[in-house]
Write a protein that binds this ligand. Structure first.
Ligand SMILES: Cc1cc2nc3c(=O)[nH]c(=O)nc-3n(C[C@H](O)[C@H](O)[C@H](O)COP(=O)(O)OP(=O)(O)OC[C@H]3O[C@@H](n4cnc5c(N)ncnc54)[C@H](O)[C@@H]3O)c2cc1C
Length: 320
C-alpha cells in the first residue's frame, strides 16, 4: 500500500492527502482521519485515479453539511471534488449546468440572475449540488428532483455516464442511484420569470427558514420576538441540520420534544435549544457522543410514541 500511495502522490501531487483529518470536512467539526483523501481537479484525473487503484468502493464527501464522520475516520479511499468542480453555466435557454461541488446558494443566485424560477429553495440549503442530488434536498415542498434534467456520474471503474432524472427514483430526502457513483455535474431546469419576483421569493424562503421555529411557537410571543432577532434555526454552530427525517404527517422535532428528549445530552453532544431536531457539537463532543445521543433519542421516542425515527444525516466511517 505504501508504494501505491507514493506512486499516487507522484502522479496526482497535491490532490492526494494521506491521513487527512476529516473534522474540517464536516459541519459537526468531528471525525478521524481518511486513509487516503483524493481531491480531484478534473474528470481526467478521476478516471485515471480509479483506473489505477481499481477500488471496490470509495466514500464520497460533499460539503459535509449532512454527514457525521466517526472518530476512527474512513478506511480506504475518500473522494471530495476540488473547487475546480464549482462552476455554473447557462447551457441553453432554461437549462443550467452545474459542477457537483458548487454550493446550492450559488446556484440559486445564478438562476435568479438569469431570471429562472424554481431554484429559489436552494438558497436555504448549506450543501453542495452533489450532496443535494444524493439527499434529494429540499424545503417548503420543493426538492431537487423537481428541477433535475440529468446527472453526469463516474463509477468505480472510471466509466463516465449520464443518467436522466426520469431514471432515478427520488423520495423524501432520498435517491436510489448506486452508492459508488460520483456525481460530477448536474443539469437543472428553470422556468422563465421576472427577476424581481424570483429575488423576492428567494428572500421570503430564506427568512421563513430562519424564523421557522419561531412561527411554531405562536403562544410564546415574547420569546418569538427574542428569537426572531436571533434567528430561530441555529446558525454558526456545529450541526448538520435535521438529524431525523420527518415521519409521515409528523414533525421529528415535535416527537423529540413530546418525548422529553430536548434536554438530553451525552458529553458535549447536545440538542439545539432553537430546533430540537438539530443535534450539536457544543465544542468538545466526540462523534461517539453524538451517535450515542442520536441512539438515545431514537430509543426514547420509540418507547414513548411507537414511532421509529429514521436518520436523515449520514453516519460514516469507523469507531475509534
Ligand atoms: C443548518 C443546516 C440546515 C439544513 N437545512 C436543510 C433543509 O432545509 N433541507 C435539506 O434537505 N437539507 C438541509 N440540510 C442538510 C444538508 O445541507 C443537505 O442534505 C445537503 O444537500 C447536503 O449536501 P453536502 O454537499 O453537504 O453533502 P454531504 O453531507 O457531504 O454528503 C451527503 C451525502 O451526499 C453524498 N454526496 C455528496 N457529494 C456527492 C457527489 N458529488 N456525488 C455523489 N454523492 C455525493 C455523500 O456521499 C453523502 O451520502 C441542512 C444542514 C444544515 C447544517
Amino acid at each position: 500500500m505504501k508504494i501505491v500511495i507514493e506512486d499516487l502522490k507522484i502522479k496526482f501531487g497535491k490532490q492526494i492527502l494521506v491521513d487527512e483529518k476529516l473534522s474540517n470536512y464536516s459541519w459537526f467539526n468531528l471525525g478521524g482521519p481518511a486513509d487516503v483523501l483524493f481531491k480531484p481537479d478534473s474528470i481526467k484525473d478521476i478516471i485515471s485515479f480509479l483506473e489505477k487503484i481499481k477500488p471496490q468502493k470509495f466514500t464520497i464527501l460533499g460539503a459535509g453539511s449532512n454527514t457525521l464522520i466517526r472518530d476512527g475516520g474512513i478506511k480506504g479511499i475518500t473522494i471530495k471534488l476540488s473547487s475546480a468542480f464549482s462552476y455554473i453555466r447557462l447551457e441553453s435557454n432554461n437549462i443550467i449546468e452545474v459542477g457537483a461541488a458548487t454550493s446550492d446558494k450559488k446556484v440559486a443566485d445564478f438562476a435568479m440572475e438569469n431570471s429562472l424560477t424554481g431554484l429559489e429553495f436552494l438558497a436555504c440549503i448549506p450543501g453542495s449540488i452533489g450532496g443535494a442530488i444524493r439527499m434529494n434536498t429540499g424545503c417548503y415542498g420543493d426538492d431537487i428532483s423537481q428541477i433535475l434534467h440529468s446527472i453526469e456520474v463516474i463509477d468505480a471503474k472510471g466509466k463516465l455516464k449520464v443518467i436522466l432524472a426520469e431514471d432515478i427514483n427520488f423520495s423524501y430526502r432520498c435517491s436510489d442511484f448506486e452508492e459508488n457513483l460520483l456525481v460530477t455535474s448536474v443539469k437543472l431546469i428553470g422556468k422563465h420569470s421576472i427577476k424581481q419576483k424570483i429575488a423576492e421569493k428567494q428572500k421570503t424562503l430564506v427568512e421563513k427558514k430562519k424564523n421557522k421555529q419561531t412561527k411554531k411557537k405562536k403562544k410564546k410571543k415574547k420569546k418569538i420576538k427574542k428569537q426572531k432577532k436571533k434567528n430561530s434555526q441555529p446558525s454558526q454552530i456545529k450541526t448538520c441540520g435535521s438529524t431525523f427525517k420527518n415521519p409521515k404527517n409528523k414533525n421529528a422535532w415535535e416527537l423529540i420534544k413530546e418525548s422529553n428528549c430536548d434536554n438530553l445530552r451525552v458529553g458535549d453532544a447536545k440538542i439545539s435549544e432553537k430546533h430540537c431536531n438539530f443535534f450539536v457539537n457544543n465544542g468538545n463532543a466526540t462523534s461517539k457522543d453524538l451517535e450515542e445521543l442520536i441512539n438515545k433519542v431514537k430509543k426514547t421516542v420509540f418507547q414513548k410514541t411507537k414511532i421509529n425515527l429514521e436518520l436523515e444525516i449520514k453516519i460514516i466511517g469507523i469507531n475509534k
